[in-house]
Write a protein that binds this ligand. Structure first.
Ligand SMILES: [Zn+2]
Length: 325
């Protein structure tokens, strides 16, 4: 399975599809956390063998508290987290924390949050907090400030003092094995192996594994391979069997295919199709094509007759192709 850059994706996926994956992961944690984001406790610890995963998981949890719902990663609040520009989030990622560091944290949390209801202190690699600093931290945890939430992550649970641990909501995060996820999906009839050549996210792989979307991709291939001269257009358009609610998605995919052809990416398409489009249409035509598809999309949105829109689109694409020759 070759799906790049899906660390955050992986967590997304688990967060949103936890019902689906509970069978293999067996994590009651999602139920707890889904409730906690609306009414958080004052201190959490996420621990497990994979610190990167602990951190990403904690980040999604933190983003959700600020977002006020399972993090959407679209609103201003979520964007602030992604850009590291949330004044109420204090991220401490030093490898070993001394008493002085804890003191400066304590000083900082005396100030009220600037934007949100809470200030969150996020300490990663918490096993690096030395014992005296842990004792200092303990005092704060014992007298929680209602505006402050501590979120800690660590791999070595035993390095934390029992007194500290007793003050934290502890959640163990197992290492997530991607093959396990792929297998679990397969059991549910979703085969993501066919995307093994693609540079796409797991979410997209799942989305485009659905039969409806598959159908759209085949339709695009069919249209593009058959579009050679204007004589072909009536038959191509006549054969288009796309449900009204799928038409915009179809045009979006067509746009994406054009974009891929421009940049040489494959995404979810057959590499042969992209190669074919690149050999048939110059870059200049592809750029024009994107504008034409965009126009067609707007027409569909304004309820212009779909067959008319597609007829015009294919005709205009061919016209551009011949004009550029
Ligand atoms: Zn959000």
């Amino acid at each position: 399975m070759l799906i790049n850059d899906f660390f955050i994706e992986k967590i997304w996926f688990i967060w949103y599809n936890n019902n689906m994956l509970k069978s293999i992961l067996n994590l009651p944690i999602f139920e707890i956390l889904n409730k906690d984001i609306y009414n958080p406790s004052h201190a959490y610890l996420f621990y497990g063998e994979d610190e990167l995963f602990n951190i990403e998981f904690a980040k999604v949890f933190i983003a959700s508290i600020f977002c006020g719902k399972p993090a959407c990663f679209q609103c201003e609040s979520c964007r602030r987290i992604e850009l590291n520009r949330n004044p109420d989030l204090l991220i401490i990622d030093k490898s070993n924390l001394q008493v002085a560091d804890i003191e400066s944290i304590i000083e900082n949390i005396q100030l009220k949050p600037m934007i949100y209801d809470y200030k969150i202190v996020f300490i990663t690699n918490a096993e690096g907090i030395n014992d005296s600093a842990q004792n200092k931290l303990l005092k704060t945890l014992e007298e929680p400030n209602p505006h402050v939430i501590f979120v800690l992550t660590c791999t070595n649970f035993d390095k934390l003092l029992p007194t500290i641990k007793s003050r934290l909501n502890k959640h163990y995060l197992p290492t997530i094995n991607l093959d396990l996820i792929a297998n679990d999906l397969k059991l549910q009839g979703i085969n993501i192996d066919k995307f093994s050549h693609c540079d796409i996210t797991l979410t997209d792989a799942i989305k485009y594994s659905s039969t409806d979307n598959n159908e759209l991709i085949y339709t695009i291939e069919h249209c593009m391979y058959n579009l050679k001269s204007s004589k072909d257009i009536p038959q191509i358009v006549g054969n288009l069997k796309i449900a009204p609610e799928q038409r915009k998605e179809f045009l979006k995919l067509l746009l994406k295919m054009t974009d891929c052809s421009l940049t040489g990416k494959v995404w979810i398409f057959d590499p042969k199709l992209i190669e074919y489009i690149r050999s048939m249409y110059s870059l200049k035509v592809l750029i024009k094509m994107m504008k034409l598809i965009d126009k067609a999309y707007n027409m569909v949105e304004s309820n212009v007759n779909f067959n008319y829109v597609m007829d015009k689109l294919f005709y205009d694409i061919l016209k551009e192709k011949y004009l550029c020759k």
